[in-house]
Ligand binder design. Structure first.
Ligand code: 9MR
Length: 399
């Protein structure tokens, strides 16, 4: 009985897939007047055939982007892409502690509220980012890059608990997944000596407490540990593996691990699929949470400036290969629940500001035209449409 039912669904699904694949060949142009008029006429939440979110939905894989709320709503081309292509959104900055509580006890949730509201209107889930992170802390709480505070250990503990209760509690029931703790380890696998680590008596026990408090504040959200440079085998990845294995064994409410996946063509491609599978085998969901692929770019007209053009065709084709491989790593791991890119257009990316001379890291160019990289991702999602569905618990229920 259940076999027959799934066959029927399979046939309907296949027809839809074939239709989607036909349109998948068309590359969207967000800046053309026609597309913008179509966007204006389309009610929020209506899915465009052949978009990344539509293609991902055939296997249940969520496709997301980091959102800059200064542009959302203000820049029509940007907004159109966010809502047409993605069905999860991550606030790039507006849920970070320095933004939501710039002065002790005085909150500013305006940007976060705006994003959550827009997501609800556009049928998108929200990845909350991030509750406990040494970076982007308010200056009243920490200095020296999150390593120093004037508060006592007990005060820091109370402040962290209140922060989690207040922020996760405010959005209770409206966040799909929280990055509860972000970047707690150094590249050599040693724990980062943050104010949190120190307040808990030079121990990573703050991580377990943060997950427990987040679970109390929002029991339906999936709770993630999130980090970079854990995509490949090495001491940092191992340290995170050991941590989350211990948390699971202790019954700490953790649902998944986020692999940020900030890739660069100057390094080899990581053994990402194997690494994610290894974590998934612990009974955890995994996700690629901040994907971008940077490369060397051509210099601009003025000395010291740069374009968003890859230095050569070889640079560009390697980037395309990395997009392809990073998505396939997620497609081939059934517990990989989402694939999130860290921004929309090359011009919105954090990369040029932090790595001068590198860029071209995203799926759309500076004029919001879809790049070849977009087509690579789109085609992989279309080809994956017949594969088994991803195991996408919509909340913490699958824990
Ligand atoms: O993209 C974010 C950028 O706008 C901020 O200035 C920066 C501050 O640290 O954070 C960037 O996002 C980071 C994310 O929150 C955590 N992982 C690394 C991301 C890139 O730095």
């Amino acid at each position: 009985m259940s076999v027959r039912r799934s066959l029927v669904i399979g046939t309907v699904g296949l027809a839809a897939v074939l239709a989607a694949q036909t349109t998948a060949l068309a590359t969207p142009s967000a800046t053309s007047a026609g597309t913008q008029a179509a966007a204006a006429a389309r009610p929020p939440g209506v899915i465009v055939e052949g978009s990344l979110r539509a293609l991902g939905s055939f296997t249940g894989l969520r496709i997301g982007t980091a959102v800059n709320t200064d542009l959302l709503g203000a820049d029509p081309a940007y907004t159109e892409i966010v809502n047409r292509e993605f069905n999860t959104v991550t606030p790039e900055n507006v849920m970070k502690w320095e933004v939501v509580e710039p002065t002790r006890g005085s909150y500013d949730f305006s940007g976060a509220d705006e994003l959550v509201k827009s997501a609800q209107q556009n049928g998108q889930l929200v990845r909350g980012h991030t509750l406990v992170w040494h970076s982007q802390l308010p200056s009243w709480l920490a200095s020296n890059g999150g390593m120093t505070t004037t508060f006592t250990d007990q005060q820091v503990k109370d402040i962290v608990k209140k922060h989690i209760q207040d922020e996760a509690g405010r959005y209770k029931g409206r966040i799909w997944a929280w990055d509860v703790v972000n970047e707690a380890f150094n590249d050599d696998g040693t724990p980062r000596q943050s104010i949190f680590y120190k307040a808990w008596g030079n121990s990573t026990d703050y991580i377990a407490d943060a997950f427990r408090w987040a679970d109390q504040a929002d029991p339906s959200a999936q709770l993630f540990y999130n980090d970079y440079n854990i995509e490949y085998t090495g001491p940092k990845s191992q340290a995170v593996y050991d941590l989350v294995k211990k948390l699971k064994a202790q019954g700490v409410p953790i649902d998944g691990v986020g692999f940020q996946t900030h890739l660069s063509t100057q390094y080899g491609f990581p053994d990402l699929q194997q690494t994610m599978q290894r974590f998934a085998d612990l009974g955890l969901n995994v996700a690629e949470t901040e994907v971008d692929v940077r490369t060397a770019v051509k210099p601009g007209a003025t000395a010291g400036t740069f374009t968003s053009e890859p230095l050569s065709n070889l640079h560009a084709s390697t980037q395309q290969a990395y997009w392809d491989q990073s998505l396939k790593a997620c497609l081939f791991v059934q517990r990989c629940v989402s694939y999130t890119v860290w921004g929309v257009a090359d011009s919105n990316s954090w990369i040029p500001g932090v790595f001068p001379g590198e860029g071209a890291a995203l799926l759309f160019n500076d004029s919001y035209q879809a790049k070849r990289e977009y087509t690579v991702v789109q085609q992989d999602l279309a080809l994956a449409a017949g594969m088994a569905r991803h195991r996408t618990g919509e909340g913490s229920g699958g824990r």
